[in-house]
Design a protein around this ligand. Structure first.
Ligand code: RFL
Ligand code: PHB
Length: 392
């Protein structure tokens, strides 16, 4: 098989890139390790920046999203039993969208299949070769080994993919930070108990009230790194959520059947540069942020908008300027977002083993954020998302 751009992974990065390239008349093949059913059900992100939504709408991918999304104009920071609203739209002029990642994946898969161009499921890439000259992706499909010859490879295969691992030792620098806690996330058949997101910095640990629709709540609890789902029966989850979301003005957390549950470790990770020869990394394969700032999917979208423009320029004019600038352009945004995600994480979580001084600093920072409009505006600017770079 031969194509112009070989794309590893049918997550948001890979599928959106395929679409943006198609609109530029560039051919691609998308290889996905999992089944279609699996990726269309995988519960993950929920919060999209306005820049992400605007981009999706501008390329015809947001029809269902714009009909079904929930629009938010603020969020609440809860500490010391009191909730403080940050009016995001008032401070920035931008709004936030709640729309489940797996719904977006369904829209992106449908758009790709609608073009008639290849998207192979259960087709894991197993090896990348000749990355400096004429790249080849080795993969398996229907039990048969295959080879995909291409001009360029887009490694959109997430943190556990093979692209990043195919780069020889020493060719890139990896920055990595692991946090001493994890998130237990549930999806519940229950109406949201508040109209907006609530980020709670409770003494017992962080928790987050989010949602997917008027009937479905998404909730998270900070848990220990070693904890297992079996240690968290439903009653314990709800009791802990009630404790951590409690407030002096009274708050009734609606509960209901738990539809999905999972534990995710938190990490920060950056690969620099996001390129090796003809292999370009995008999304989670190049960087991971802890979910506290809700940035991972949005960063993946920002990467591929830059990459699609650079690849388009290369095919159109032969100029490598955009391709050469790809990594540095993306990494400027990535590091800003890394800082924001790390800062939100370390401000809102209980740091195991930390002293009262650390806790006092956290609370002081939260009081500052919720009483100074300058501090709140800076926070809001990052939370709603930086504009996508020009020329995307
Ligand atoms: P993905 O989504 O991981 O997709 C990679 C795809 O590559 C496939 N793959 C392979 N395919 C072929 N051959 C191989 N060898 C392969 N190896 C892997 C995988 O099966 C997969 O389908 O990466 P991508 O596209 O870069 O997208 C990144 C986002 O999925 C991720 O950053 C977000 O989910 C992060 N995230 C959030 N981001 C937000 O912007 N807003 C949020 O509110 C938000 N909340 C979250 C989150 C992530 C979470 N978890 C579970 C990590 C909440 C949580 C709990
Ligand atoms: C979610 O709805 O899944 C979500 C929202 C905000 C976050 C993280 C996850 O910061």
């Amino acid at each position: 098989m031969r194509t112009q751009v070989g794309i590893l992974g049918a997550g948001p990065a890979g599928l959106l890139l395929a679409h943006l390239l198609h609109l530029r008349g560039i051919d691609s093949v998308v290889l996905e390790r999992q089944t279609r059913e699996y990726i269309e059900k995988r519960v993950r992100a929920g919060l999209l920046e306005q820049g992400t939504v605007d981009l999706l709408a501008s390329v015809g991918l947001a029809d269902r999203l714009l009909r079904q999304r929930l629009v938010h104009h603020g969020l609440e920071l809860l500490f010391d039993g009191v909730g403080h609203r940050i009016p995001m739209t008032e401070l920035t002029g931008r709004e936030l969208t709640i729309y489940a990642q797996h719904e977006l994946i369904k829209d992106l898969v449908a758009a790709r299949l609608g073009t008639g161009r290849p998207l192979l499921f259960e087709a894991p890439a197993t090896d990348l070769a000749d990355l400096g000259s004429t790249p080849v992706i080795k993969f398996v499909h229907n039990g048969q080994p295959g080879e995909l010859h291409c001009d360029l490879i887009a490694g959109c295969d997430g943190f556990h993919g093979i692209s990043r691992l195919s780069i020889p030792d020493g060719a890139v620098t990896a920055y990595d930070l692991e946090y001493p806690f994890a998130w237990l996330g549930i999806l519940a058949q229950a109406p949201p108990s508040a109209e907006e997101l609530i980020y709670s910095a409770h003494d017992d640990g962080f928790s987050l009230h989010s949602m997917r629709s008027p009937d479905i709540t998404r909730l998270y609890l900070q848990v220990g790194l070693e904890e297992k789902l079996e240690e968290w029966p439903d009653d314990r989850i709800w009791a802990e959520l009630r404790t951590r979301l409690a407030r002096r003005d009274g708050f009734e957390l609606a509960d209901g059947p738990i539809l999905d549950r999972g534990i995710t470790a938190l990490r920060s990770h950056v690969v620099d540069p996001m390129r090796y020869g003809k292999l370009f990394l995008a999304g989670d394969s190049a960087h991971i942020v802890p979910p506290t700032g809700a940035k991972g999917l949005n960063l993946a979208v920002a990467d591929v908008s830059v990459l699609a423009a650079a690849i388009g320029e290369w095919y159109r004019t032969g100029s490598e300027t955009g391709l050469d600038a790809y990594s540095a352009t993306c990494l400027r945004r990535v590091w800003r977002v890394q800082h924001f995600s790390w800062w939100m994480t370390t401000t809102l979580h209980r740091i195991p083993g930390s002293d009262p001084f650390t806790r006092a600093l956290q609370l002081s920072q939260l009081r500052y954020l919720t009483t100074s409009s300058a501090a709140a505006t800076s926070f809001a600017e990052m939370y709603v998302g930086l504009p996508l770079s020009k020329g995307d």
